[in-house]
Design a protein around this ligand. Structure first.
Ligand code: SAH
Length: 396
């Protein structure tokens, strides 16, 4: 059944515009409509071949007629796109994560990270025996059984939850309802570095948990002994739980979402630790200037820039919250500050932190650069995959 999508006559044929060949030689997986001269073949194809003006195939991949990214390149040059190639990419991605789970203290992590694993538009996260899949493209959705079958063979999960909540799915004419194929409920109790967390992929943000911060949370634990810790934009309290485990003197979790803080309470309880939970808008919270001081402050806001047009507004938001947050840090205290907006690059983020430090009137040093964990690889051909960046700062 699935195999038929790979037959030459079932594929869309895209002819590249003369002069646009460079798009392919750079191996960037996103081939935009603007680089395409003509399209032939079935409109509802899952796959397409890109050919040069002489008719030679130069790339093949997932096709979507609804997206400006007409082709999500999987193979370039002469390499054949077969079902086995996709199966192998999924299998290889899963197996590359062995190191995350090896010592048994962690049973959650990202198994497939889209372009970083040469599988554009596919994300697969593992939460113990539950897998959560996010598909952002129509071609991938049509080939879903192939991916699911490979995941089941490799991992025998209790179930797979299809999150289906990416806004782009509506543009791709795909269902935006979550789907659960499995036994029991799609809720998992996971271990991360030996700490316990409850994850509810159906209700939670992203796929349920911010797996990309695992290594940074471990760093927070190492830095927390005897510190008063403020966890701004705490979500379900993961940084707070690590800080408490690291011997923090106190932990305060602040988030605007009441359900997220309810889960934060559950997570602290699961680990036998205490914290306070403040439902507040972080921008207002950091302005209250009631003299409260913290020795380690974590600031991990949501992506303020959803598109290129938002970058300026986002930069103001990041500067604002960082500036006021810095003023709450005790002399010589530490701050872990992040941006997960793909459109705000490291250079811009550094400038924002510079401006915030200047206006906060504090002497600030970079101690370390921070990024997503090793299960979130970034393709050298698709640097857009690098979205999470951060700094560990010393604030004197
Ligand atoms: N650090 C977290 C993930 C943070 S996600 C972790 O490791 O799990 C960003 C969080 O910011 C979300 O929980 C969202 O509810 C919260 N948020 C968004 N806007 C906010 C605002 N203005 N004030 C406070 N919290 C906000």
């Amino acid at each position: 059944m699935i195999e038929q999508h790979f037959a030459p006559e079932r594929r869309r044929r895209l002819t590249i515009k003369r002069g646009k060949e460079r798009v392919v030689s750079n191996r960037h997986p996103w081939i935009f409509a603007g680089a395409i001269h003509a399209e032939h073949g079935p409109e509802d194809a899952a796959l397409a071949d890109l050919v040069d003006p002489e008719g030679n195939r130069v790339a093949s991949g997932f096709y979507s007629r609804h997206s400006q990214v007409r082709l999500r390149g999987l193979t370039f040059g002469g390499e054949e796109l077969t079902p086995e190639l996709i199966r192998k990419r999924v299998r290889d991605a899963v197996r590359r994560r062995g190191h995350v789970f090896r010592d048994g203290t962690t049973n959650c992590g990202r198994l497939v990270h889209a372009e970083g694993d040469d599988l554009s538009s596919i994300v697969v996260d593992r939460y113990d025996d539950v897998l959560v899949v996010e598909i952002a493209n129509r071609g991938v959705e049509l080939l879903r059984p192939l991916i699911v079958e490979t995941l089941r063979e490799e991992l025998s999960p209790r179930g797979i939850y299809f999150k289906n909540d990416l806004p782009v799915r509506a543009l791709e004419h795909l269902s935006t309802e979550g789907e659960w194929e499995g036994e029991g409920e799609p809720i998992a109790n996971v271990l991360e570095h030996g700490l316990k967390f409850r994850v509810d992929p159906g209700e939670g943000q992203k796929t349920g948990f911010f797996l990309d911060q695992r290594e940074n949370r471990q760093l927070a634990r190492d830095l927390s002994a005897n510190k008063r810790v403020l966890n701004l934009f705490s979500y379900t309290g993961a940084f707070g739980v690590y800080a408490a485990a690291g011997g923090a003197a106190s932990v305060e979790n602040v988030d605007v979402s009441a359900p997220a803080l309810e889960m934060a309470r559950t997570n602290h309880e699961l680990n036998g630790s205490e914290a306070t939970y403040t439902i507040a808008d972080a921008f207002q919270y950091v302005r209250r200037r009631d003299g409260s001081e913290f020795d380690l402050l974590i600031c991990d806001p949501p992506a303020f820039a959803k598109s290129r047009h938002d970058v300026e507004r986002a930069a103001r938001g990041y500067k604002d919250v960082n500036l006021f947050a810095m003023r709450m840090i005790s002399p010589g205290g530490l701050m872990m500050t992040f941006s997960c907006s793909g459109h705000v690059d490291l250079d811009l983020f550094q400038k924002i932190i510079f401006a915030a430090a200047l206006d906060a009137g504090r002497r600030v040093s970079f101690v370390r650069r921070l990024s997503a964990g090793s299960d979130h690889p970034v393709s050298i051909y698709c640097p857009e995959g690098e979205y999470l960046k951060g700094f560990l700062l010393e604030v004197r």
